[in-house]
Design a binder for this molecule. Structure first.
Ligand code: SF4
Length: 235
């Protein structure tokens, strides 16, 4: 949509920075393409902790207190440092419309991060989320927060893109304009919601967007995509 530029936080490696632990760049075409349409705030939480590139691998293990971040090669506990960085960083952000983070990472992963029962990373426990990603989800439960792997799914990609564009309307304090664009599918598919949202303020609208997008059929999301998203981003 003309004039709208969502502002998102993106893992620096997805945005093309060479910051991964092994020094091997990530190449994710969708993230790079998205970067050309939105305003990106890049962050590499592990580099921010001063771990350097390349660096010894860090892992996520589970203690009785919950998930912990650890660097086996240096015997270094990193959980408190990461939590402190994440909280300060997230508090310092200007208003943003969403997060796109790197999958599988013990820091950034929203999905498919390996977790272990032990600090050496020998006993596989299952899959979870990274420490930085968990703080993002805690602080911004209403915003779209995804990783590049989950966005391979067409429906999830549409929900994410529509979410960040819709939140950019709200960031610009334009709920009425947003409502005029979505009232038709809402009254057809979610009539109760449509009535409630008609008089909603920015905060109330924000809390509903994610829920609304999850409930609309994928065909309706595609139609909304034609209204909200640049053509090249929909491809
Ligand atoms: S996944 Fe996160 S911590 Fe790891 S390199 Fe990318 S930005 Fe840095």
């Amino acid at each position: 949509m003309k004039g709208l530029k969502p502002r998102i936080v993106m893992s620096a490696c997805l945005a093309g920075d060479n910051v991964r632990y092994d020094g091997v760049p990530v190449r994710d075409d969708f993230s790079l393409k998205l970067s050309t349409f939105v305003e990106v705030i890049k962050v590499c939480p592990e580099v921010e902790l001063g771990l350097g590139v390349p660096r010894d691998k860090v892992i996520l293990y589970h203690s009785e207190e919950g998930p912990r971040l650890f660097q086996p090669a240096t015997d270094r506990e990193l959980t408190e440092d990461m939590l402190s960085f994440a909280r300060n960083f997230l508090k310092s952000l200007p208003p943003v419309d969403g997060f796109l983070l790197k999958s599988k990472s013990p820091s950034c992963g929203v999905s498919r991060t390996k977790t272990y029962r032990d600090k050496e990373g020998r006993l596989f426990r299952g899959f979870g989320k990274g420490i930085f990603a968990l703080e993002v989800l805690k602080r911004f439960p209403h915003l779209p927060v995804e990783d590049e792997l989950r966005l391979v799914n067409r429906r999830k990609k549409l929900e994410f893109l529509l979410g960040i564009y819709m939140f950019s309307f709200l960031r610009e304090k334009e709920p009425k304009k947003l409502h005029s664009l979505i009232q038709e599918p809402l009254s057809l598919f979610l009539p109760g919601t449509e009535r409630r949202l008609r008089k909603a303020n920015v905060e109330e609208y924000g809390l509903f967007i994610k829920k609304i997008l999850k409930k609309l059929p994928v065909g309706v999301l595609e139609t909304l995509g034609e209204k909200f998203l640049p053509e090249k981003l929909r491809a």
